[in-house]
Design a protein around this ligand. Structure first.
Ligand SMILES: NC(=O)c1ccc[n+]([C@@H]2O[C@H](COP(=O)([O-])OP(=O)(O)OC[C@H]3O[C@@H](n4cnc5c(N)ncnc54)[C@H](OP(=O)(O)O)[C@@H]3O)[C@@H](O)[C@H]2O)c1
Length: 333
């Protein structure tokens, strides 16, 4: 089968279109024919080698975390899926490879695809949807009537997070640039700040939760808009010790993570707020709950561009510009 592989880590390296063996299927796995694959910044960070320290993948490696497709084979121990099911997933770490024609997926990482979405639309959802679920539900326990600040409302995570938080009944503030203001309003954002013209710290105060996805300066300012007891969940760093534990990292990396987050944790404590870093994980049950939300029309995908499979490198390069409005997807079949 055809697959886009990382042969060598590096900023300037491109994925190589290669002929590789079709995956085998173990007892609790499902073989999926991939119809579409979503692109995430994580894919570009894996390719550059930025994540090598936490996820020491060996090359050659088929890249890609998100996909939607059709089940073509099931392992003997699989109970939740059958041949012909339309499914989607963010595959587990160390099991990546959705920029390909087929992939073998653990059934626990998989969910039925929302019925009202095309394959392309469905492939845009898993990684960002699970990130938002794990940040706003699992970590923050965001409740009706609370105030949440979601940075970069026009991005892949932001477009999903605004809709998700509104559905929970929260008041949503977001940042974006002038061209995307109408888009984030249409997704339900209550307070929209043009980050090129206004300083959000001057406008927002007494927030319960911040979903931080930007740089260190933005993180520092975000700590100060929280009310006492408020929670900041960062998906862009700095990583903390719990993350090293989650990744099964050796003791010296736990120490490095502790040092990296020491300053921000200290400042958060002084402000009587909570800081934590989140690295999302594959989770089929949570993805099934997201399927239900989408099926009920409460959340819709926001897709910026769709590329043909052959142009997977162009799709990656576009995401890497940091200017995507919503998600970028590759049509595989
Ligand atoms: N830890 C995790 O588990 C996890 C999971 C998912 C994502 N992430 C990380 O979270 C970050 C966001 O991911 P993403 O997929 O949403 O990225 P993305 O889709 O590439 O974000 C692009 C968007 O960001 C906006 N933007 C850029 N700079 C901004 C700023 N200073 N303020 C407000 N908006 C700004 C851009 O809007 P304009 O063009 O208007 O500037 C653009 O629409 C990335 O660093 C990603 O790696 C981490």
């Amino acid at each position: 089968m055809k697959a886009f592989q990382i042969k060598k880590y590096g900023k300037k390296e491109k994925l190589q279109l290669s002929e590789v063996a079709e995956p085998t299927v173990k007892e609790n796995e499902v073989l999926v024919e991939i119809h579409a694959a979503g692109i995430n910044l994580l894919d570009t960070k894996i390719k550059t080698g930025e994540f090598k320290i936490f996820l020491p993948y060996k090359t050659p490696l088929t890249n890609g975390h998100d996909m939607a497709g059709v089940v073509v084979k099931v392992g003997s121990g699989v109970s939740k899926f059958k041949v012909g099911d339309e499914v989607y997933t963010r595959v587990g770490d160390y099991r990546i490879g959705t920029f390909a024609e087929y992939i073998s997926v653990r059934e626990n990482d998989l969910a039925l695809k929302p019925k009202n979405l095309t394959m392309v639309e469905a492939a845009s959802i898993p990684l960002v949807g699970l990130t938002v679920w794990q940040a706003l539900v699992e970590r923050a326990n965001l409740k009706k009537g609370q105030k949440v600040f979601i940075q970069a409302g026009s991005g892949g995570v932001g477009t999903f997070a605004i809709q998700f938080a509104k559905n929970l009944g929260a008041t949503v503030a977001t940042t974006t640039s002038t061209v995307n203001i109408e888009m984030v309003k249409s997704l339900g954002a209550d307070v929209v700040i043009d980050y090129k013209k206004e300083n959000f710290e001057k406008v927002l105060t007494g927030y319960d939760v911040v979903l931080n996805s930007q740089d260190a300066k933005t993180l520092e300012k975000s700590l100060r808009i929280l009310k006492p007891g408020g929670k900041l969940i960062s998906i862009s760093g700095p990583p903390d010790t719990d993350f090293a534990v989650q990744m099964g990292s050796p003791w010296y990396l736990k120490l490095v993570m502790k040092l990296l987050s020491f300053g921000v944790k200290k400042r958060a404590k002084r402000l009587n707020v909570n800081y934590s870093f989140l690295f999302m994980k594959a989770e089929g049950d949570q993805l099934s709950e997201i399927t239900a939300l989408i099926d009920s029309g409460k959340i819709r995908p926001v897709i910026d561009k769709v590329f043909p499979f052959e142009q997977t490198n162009d799709a990656m390069a576009y995401v890497e510009t940091g200017r995507a409005k919503g998600k970028v997807v590759v049509r595989v079949k």
